[in-house]
Design a protein around this ligand. Structure first.
Ligand SMILES: Cc1cc2nc3c(=O)[nH]c(=O)nc-3n(C[C@H](O)[C@H](O)[C@H](O)COP(=O)(O)O)c2cc1C
Length: 169
């Protein structure tokens, strides 16, 4: 596998963005999108690109409490989140990474899970290949705003173009 996308998602919006990014990457790289609960540890990954994405919760990455909150509002959190997944990998990761999030458009609050994830990944030793990217949803539960899946696919193509020729299909 050349690229892995690890995501968490309560209502499916971040999952849909992850799959669109995978579609953008897939002409260039062998790619798999994995829900964070079933993803192998980051420390065991041997890929040219790791992409990590999650919903913005309380100005950053989800926590157990925000996932419980989402569940009370009818969302479907998994047992863990990208915060815990990144933390559990420890440091000494030497992966090329990119991070994205989904984010409410109204109100457009500050803070983004992607920025926090990027910081945590950098702290763990990873190299960021692109600026963190946000994709916008209507309200709390979505759907994604029109055009966001196209933008995600284009972002995936852009990421593939940043990697050396030798790591592409
Ligand atoms: C507990 C909770 C806290 C949230 N906090 C924020 C926030 O601080 N900023 C924001 O833009 N959206 C916030 N949201 C909206 C989420 O970003 C939105 O639910 C998410 O993008 C939907 O993606 P998903 O279907 O993949 O979970 C919050 C949602 C929940 C459930």
């Amino acid at each position: 596998m050349d690229a892995v996308i690890v995501y968490e998602s309560m209502w499916g919006n971040t999952k849909a963005v992850a799959e669109a990014i995978a579609a953008g990457l897939s002409p260039h790289l062998q790619v798999e999108a994995l829900e964070v609960g079933s993803a192998p540890s980051a420390s065991s990954l041997d890929v040219a690109l790791l992409v990590v994405g999650g919903p913005t919760h309380a100005f950053g990455m989800s926590r157990p409490q925000t996932r419980e909150d989402a569940a009370r509002r009818g969302g479907h959190p998994g047992g863990t989140g990208i915060r815990e997944w990144i933390e559990s990998a420890g440091d000494g990761l030497s992966l090329s990474v990119a991070a994205f999030d989904t984010h409410a458009r109204h109100p457009n609050l500050p803070g983004a899970a992607s920025k926090k994830a990027a910081k945590a990944l950098r702290r763990a030793g990873c190299t960021l290949v692109a600026q963190p990217e946000s994709f916008y949803v209507e309200g709390q539960e979505g759907p994604l705003l029109p055009g966001e899946l196209d933008r995600a696919r284009t972002w995936g193509e852009h990421l593939a173009g940043l990697l050396p020729e030798s790591s592409r299909v």
